[in-house]
Design a protein around this ligand. Structure first.
Ligand code: ATP
Ligand code: MG
Length: 290
């Protein structure tokens, strides 16, 4: 997409000098679950980069890594070896959220509750627990968040619709669905939306899909444009105007324990995540969800 040079330069300045742009605080604390049971669509990449973009521009952000793979913890430079205080101990009621949260190496306003491999067994362990669907919601009470005071909480889900994802949907008001711009992108989306409706009907009536983010857009393919217009046709304004391009820098960053905003701030990937974060922040400041 062609944009005027002046606009490009202004964007670069915002990325390279984060202090030059302060994003507005939301009217209410926003708890956003990033979900799609399809694997590899950009859930984790979007969670960590949006979180970092908001934090680098003045907001307080907490990321909860709810995937035993621990990819979000890795990208945020947070320890997650087995035995590290993590979201697992929070779910089984052994630790408070604040005690499990670590400050990310990416920003002192960015916190992460890491996931360790211990979480892999939680899906089964939770089955027999009291209030098994609302363990995370309980852990996210406003008293529990007093210490961290986040403006935004992002919950990075595993690629399944099991109990961990259900916990994330019960704990949040909003769902952000990343959709990869490729052929099979829309497959499985119906199932995801039905599950969200089930959670709305039985467990969390306030839940809604507030945000859809198109990821890994490859401008060289016609297909990417077809997927983009199909998704926009279906979901209208819920889809962010910003589309995240496929970019090698985005995929390299986690290997250095970094978000792309730190790894290569001037790259298209970094700028587009900042643009997407700005849209999210502006929505939160204007409309909110309460
Ligand atoms: P999972 O379902 O396994 O949790 P996910 O939905 O969290 O996956 P990611 O881990 O964010 O997906 O991304 C999948 C892969 O695609 C990763 O290797 C990531 O680095 C890469 N990737 C994500 N976004 C981009 C992008 N914009 N450009 C290039 N590569 C990307
Ligand atoms: Mg992931």
């Amino acid at each position: 997409m062609w944009t005027p040079i002046a606009e490009e330069a202004a964007r670069a300045t915002r990325v390279l000098h984060p202090e030059s742009l302060q994003l507005p605080r939301p009217r209410h604390r926003r708890v956003i679950t990033v979900a799609n049971q399809k694997g590899g669509v950009g859930k984790t990449t979007s969670t960590v980069n949006l979180a970092a973009a908001l934090a680098l521009h003045g907001l307080r952000v907490l990321v909860i890594d709810l995937d035993p793979q621990g990819n979000a913890s890795t990208a945020l430079g947070v320890e997650h070896r087995s035995g590290t205080p993590s979201v697992y101990e929070v779910l089984i009621g052994e630790l408070s959220l604040a005690d499990a949260a670590a400050v990310s190496s990416q920003s002192d306003k960015l916190y992460c509750v890491p996931a360790t491999i211990d979480l892999a067994g939680a899906e089964i362990e939770l089955v027999s627990m009291v209030a098994r669907e609302s363990r995370l919601k309980e852990a996210l009470s406003s008293e529990a968040l007093d210490e961290i005071q986040p403006d935004y909480v992002f919950i990075d889900c595993p690629p399944s619709l099991g109990l961990l994802t259900v916990n994330a949907m019960v704990a949040a008001k909003e769902v952000l669905i990343p959709i990869q711009c490729e052929y099979y992108a829309l497959e499985g989306l119906g199932q995801l939306l039905r599950n969200i409706e089930l959670v709305q009907a039985h467990l969390n009536p306030t839940l809604s899909v507030s945000t859809i983010l198109l990821t890994m857009y490859d401008g060289r393919t016609k297909l990417a444009d077809q997927v983009t217009s199909e998704v926009r046709g279906h979901f209208g304004d819920t889809v962010l105007r910003t589309v995240i391009p496929r970019s090698v820098k985005v995929s390299e960053a986690p290997g250095y324990g970094q978000t792309v905003l730190a790894y290569d701030p001037g790259s298209r990937g970094a700028m587009s995540y900042l643009d997407a974060a700005r849209e999210i922040a502006e929505y939160g400041a204007e409309k909110g969800t309460e």
